[in-house]
Design a protein around this ligand. Structure first.
Ligand code: PMP
Length: 428
């Protein structure tokens, strides 16, 4: 028995499914998840000392590669001064200033400890600000695991075929209007019917939890216009895309100003950190200034803040994103041409340091199209790559992430592995 298998068996005795977050289990692809011992740069090593080129990147945060020496040093330096105070620190102010400066739509920001907390708080704030109860989300988008958002969601809910969680009261779910991504007509119709009751639209401005799906031209602009016209707030959930697709997230790429933005992943540099922020008049409704309550014992944690500040500083260097985008595009282009040589129906797409691979002929623009891809072919490809030392996310419905440490040699190594992996695919 491998050490990974031993650990998995042991884990399953005390932890449901052996994992502390469902997508980590290899339920949909089959097999035993590698237990990670350490990571550095573009690599992770498992309990059996196997090395993998990593395209999971902790599901997004590891944009600098794993264990970047400057980030580790910042964490170590912060740790000796104490782990948590439950009182304000200068570091928090510095991180808040960096976020406001880099994302112009954010005039004020509140820090939390996860993406889930960020979106949950932003939704409550939108409801408190507008005095309305209904929200619009899109099928296949995942916004963390708060009750109102676990309705027809993506990520693990999609992977495991149970898109609306049990345990969410029907009365809560009734306030969540779920529409098709990229379907602006449906948004207009919803506002026509429920206009005065809709507090906000929350959207992944590039969806990364139903594999990767880009917004069609005009979609995000249309959301902005509808929200403005009907007095609803537009929330960009940039937990995944923030500082991942460019220096100002998707909003900087498309030039649209949301009312609120949620962030996590990259801004914590691998430590538990999230944030939500936006219009000053909206943020003024948050306690202690206003009536919308939101709080956290570990919010603005000094160690997480130190990791976040150092990460933001390093990704702020000139050409950082140009290089990241080039490397990601090189990977995606290479995969497409190898699949085509092997005669496998395949397409791929990337934005900044984020990518999607699809076992279907064309790049999908909706959940229906993503769902029509060949999951068996993906699963075969996934295992053939993993056994050769390349780790993609263990689901056909997750995006992939490239780090600044995925240099030419790493991409070439990946493509050599992919060539062999495509050759093993028998599912057509
Ligand atoms: N929103 C988006 C867009 C996400 O991708 C995620 C996590 N993958 C979340 C929210 C929830 O973040 P967390 O897992 O940190 O709670």
């Amino acid at each position: 028995m491998t050490r990974n298998a031993e650990l998995y068996e042991r884990a399953c005795r005390t932890i449901p499914g052996g994992v502390n977050s469902p997508v980590r289990a290899y339920r949909s692809v089959g097999g035993t998840p590698p237990f990670i011992e350490r990571a550095a740069g573009p690599y992770v090593w498992d309990a059996d000392k196997q090395r993998y080129i990593d395209y999971v990147g902790s599901w997004g945060p590891a944009i600098l590669g794993h264990a970047h020496p400057a980030v580790i040093k910042a964490v170590q330096d912060a740790a000796v001064n104490g782990l948590s105070f439950g009182a304000p620190t200068e570091g928090e102010v510095q991180l808040a200033e960096m976020l406001c400066e880099r994302m112009p739509s954010i005039e004020q920001v509140r820090m939390v400890s996860s993406g889930t907390e960020a979106t949950m708080s932003a939704i409550r704030l939108a409801r408190g600000f507008t005095g309305r109860d209904k929200i619009i989300k899109f099928e296949g988008c995942y916004h963390g695991h708060a009750d109102s958002l676990l309705v027809k969601a993506g990520s693990g809910l999609l992977t495991f075929g149970n898109p609306t969680s049990a345990g969410v009261p029907a009365e809560f779910a009734a306030h969540t209007l779920v529409l098709d991504y990229n379907d602006l007509d449906a948004v207009e119709a919803a506002f026509k019917e429920y206009g005065g009751q809709i507090a906000c639209i929350i959207v992944e401005p590039v969806a990364g939890n139903m594999n990767m799906v880009q917004p069609k031209p005009g979609f995000l602009q249309g959301l902005r216009e509808q929200c403005t016209r009907h007095g609803a707030l537009l929330i960009f959930d940039e937990v995944m895309t923030g500082f991942r697709v460019g220096p100002q997230g998707v909003q900087g790429r498309v030039g649209i100003t949301p009312d609120l933005t949620t962030l996590a992943k990259v801004i914590g540099g691998g430590m538990p950190m999230g944030a939500f922020g936006g219009r000053r008049d909206v943020m003024a409704k948050i306690a202690p200034l206003g009536p919308v309550y939101q709080a956290g014992t570990l919010s603005g944690n000094p160690i997480a803040v130190a990791a976040g500040i150092t990460t933001l500083r390093l990704i702020g260097e000139p050409d950082f994103y140009a290089r990241l985008e080039t490397q990601t595009a090189r990977l995606v282009k290479g995969l497409c041409s190898l699949a085509s040589e092997a005669g496998i129906p395949f397409s791929a797409d990337s934005v900044g340091g984020m990518f999607g691979i699809y076992f279907r002929d064309t790049i999908p623009t909706s959940l229906a199209e993503v769902s029509a891809s060949n999951v068996d072919a993906f699963n075969q490809f996934f295992h053939a790559a993993l056994s050769r030392g390349v780790m993609f996310a263990p689901s056909a419905f997750e995006a992939g992430f490239v780090s600044a440490m995925h240099d030419d040699a790493v991409i070439k190594n990946t493509l050599d592995v992919a060539q062999a992996a495509f050759a093993e695919i028998t599912a057509r």
